[in-house]
Design a binder for this molecule. Structure first.
Ligand code: NAP
Length: 298
């Protein structure tokens, strides 16, 4: 069994990005700039945004953190999005989710200009991804593709079972794995809460991507020998033995599943760091105008 070391791989990717930023700067180019909007004081959201800001500093990006209270209205937030859209120095804009209930995530997502949508959530980027056009792909699925690629895991002709069909993880993941590309070219089964017999599906899988948010859902008897297992789940489970009072659990029962696998990601240290590196990669592509040359086509 080989551990898919997302931490090490993401550090390599970040070093490559930092090198490119240094080269852009030395040629008098513009330093890539990521802007993040955070509404409210949700603990997990604060942690995620702070990590993203820290990552930017590590690779030499500029970053701006725009913070607002829960009381901000939808209209006010949409106006902020438009201001950042119009700020020529900003290459990428992300809005940390969740948002308060009175603000429509859909409206905010669609207001971000697609060429600055480095989270890849705008319908235009999703559509471009589905069609195989250059696009910002949401960071978690893209990070997983990168991890498979860097470990040179053969995916062509394999049966990939994805568990979970969210807009930001499971659904784009299933599309990427089915795409006529490498990694890709899989036969994909997408499972969700209405799937009748998940075990019957996972037992056929060469590659399993678990993204449902139920700690240790995937057990040893659900996996065939030699499978590649990618664990996307991160759930905070109370643990009094830990200083912070909780432990992070994946969707895979690592103790049971790891001995049967050819490759497996740990939690933490697997998909999480790859997700963070992918956001930086998307922002660099935006700064280089790699996908959208001038104005959005929408
Ligand atoms: P989500 O929006 O809650 O979606 C969960 C999906 O799992 C849904 O499609 C749901 O089915 C399905 N599901 C729920 N219970 C199920 C069951 N018993 N059997 C089969 N499918 C079931 O979650 P998400 O945002 O995709 O996140 C999933 C997990 O990944 C969470 O633990 C999250 O914290 C983690 N995550 C990690 C990263 C990272 O960087 N590592 C990034 C994003 C998310 P229905 O559609 O039928 O409801």
């Amino acid at each position: 069994m080989t551990l898919l070391d997302g931490k090490k791989t993401s550090e390599q990717i970040k070093a490559e990005i930092a090198e490119e930023v240094a080269s852009i700067n030395s040629q008098g180019g513009k330093t890539p700039h990521l802007a993040a909007i955070l509404v409210g004081h949700d603990g997990a959201s604060e942690t995620y945004v702070n990590s993203k800001v820290k990552d930017c500093a590590q690779v030499g990006f500029r970053s701006s953190l725009l913070r607002f209270e829960d009381s901000i209205t939808e209209e006010e937030l949409l106006k902020v999005v438009e201001e950042v859209n119009d700020d020529e120095d900003v290459d990428g804009l992300i809005v940390q989710l969740p948002l308060p209930n009175h603000i429509s995530v859909q409206k905010v997502t669609e207001r971000i200009r697609p060429e600055k949508d480095v989270d890849g959530f705008h319908p235009e980027n999703v559509g471009r991804m589905v069609k195989g056009l250059p696009a910002y792909i949401s960071a978690t699925p893209y990070g997983i593709v990168q991890l498979l690629d860097r470990y040179q895991i053969e995916t062509s002709g394999k049966h990939c079972v994805v568990i979970g069909r969210s807009d930001i993880v499971g659904t784009p993941m299933s599309i990427l794995m089915a795409r006529k590309s490498s990694p890709g070219n899989c036969t994909v089964t997408l499972c969700h809460s209405r799937t009748k017999d998940i075990k019957a599906m996972t037992l056929q899988a060469d590659i399993i991507i678990a993204a449902l948010g139920i700690p240790e859902f995937l057990k040893g008897d659900m996996v065939k020998s030699g499978a590649v297992v990618i664990d996307v789940g991160i759930t905070r489970v109370p643990d009094p033995t830990k200083k912070r009072g909780y432990a992070l659990k994946g969707d895979v029962d690592f103790e049971q599943v790891a001995p049967k696998c050819s490759y497996i990601t740990p939690v933490p240290g697997g998909v999480g760091p790859m997700t963070r590196a992918s956001l930086l990669w998307n922002t660099l592509q935006s700064a280089k105008k790699a996908f959208y040359l001038t104005e959005s086509v929408s």
